[in-house]
Design a binder for this molecule. Sequence first.
Ligand SMILES: Cc1ncc(COP(=O)(O)O)c(C=O)c1O
Length: 271
Amino acid sequence: MKMKMDTLDTLVREDQAHLIHPLHYPKDHEHPIVMVEGRGAILKDLEGHEYIDGLSCLWNVNAGHGRAELAQAAAEQMARLAFVSSYAGTTNIPAIRLAERLVGLAYPNTSGVYFTTSGAESNESAFKAARYYWKIRGRPTKVKIFSRIHAYHGLTLGAMSATGMAAFHKMFGPLAPEFAQVAAPYAYRWPTAGDVGVEAADALERYGTGLTGKTLPHRRLVRARQYQQDIQKNRPVDRHEVAQQKKRDIHRAQGEDDARHGVRQKRDGVE
Ligand SMILES: Cc1ncc(COP(=O)(O)O)c(C=O)c1O
């Protein structure tokens, strides 16, 4: 029998034939790097090239690669008890001990831990916990989930609906109902001369109270929303126009100030 050789070419061919990647785009995946081992913060590929794992993979290899004591603990646990459901009526010792330990390390107002297996699942659980909370507080219609443009929250439907990046929606829309994104407090690209933090908070307040679409918000928020739509549609923001608009805003604000000042002077009989 012919042995299958783990050469780079065959692995890549088999990957491309059978492995579905979460963020797959064929053009970007023509020459994937096949990683084979890691030690601490260093990853090594099939050809022996080394890479600094600056992201801790997906922020999930927090203690580094090649930690034999973690592998050993996992192997011992799997050999003893592979899994037990903690839905209702059963529990297990490692989960109890870890929850107790985490509560001891967390903020004093933390009394419980809900374990999840991914970031997306954590966010889905957070959305549900918020809705649960408002239902038991007697406000069952308080269900909207707001997030910020540019934010990434995961690949599941709810997490994708919270994600404020158009490329993640394109082939999977429509978004789940009651999810909406508002402009992020991103000073570098904020389209007005105003205070980014205040206006971004304002955008959220106005969106949240349902003013959008019905009552025309003030000039700056109209542009903030335009900017938001440009980003959603992946239209490049016209930086020159934004800069010009900022200048016009400042001039107009100065003009309005001068005019007010003139009215006051007239009223007070200064002129
Ligand atoms: C901020 C943030 N939220 C959610 C996620 C989704 O996590 P996961 O891929 O574990 O579902 C990520 C992953 O990169 C993330 O960076």
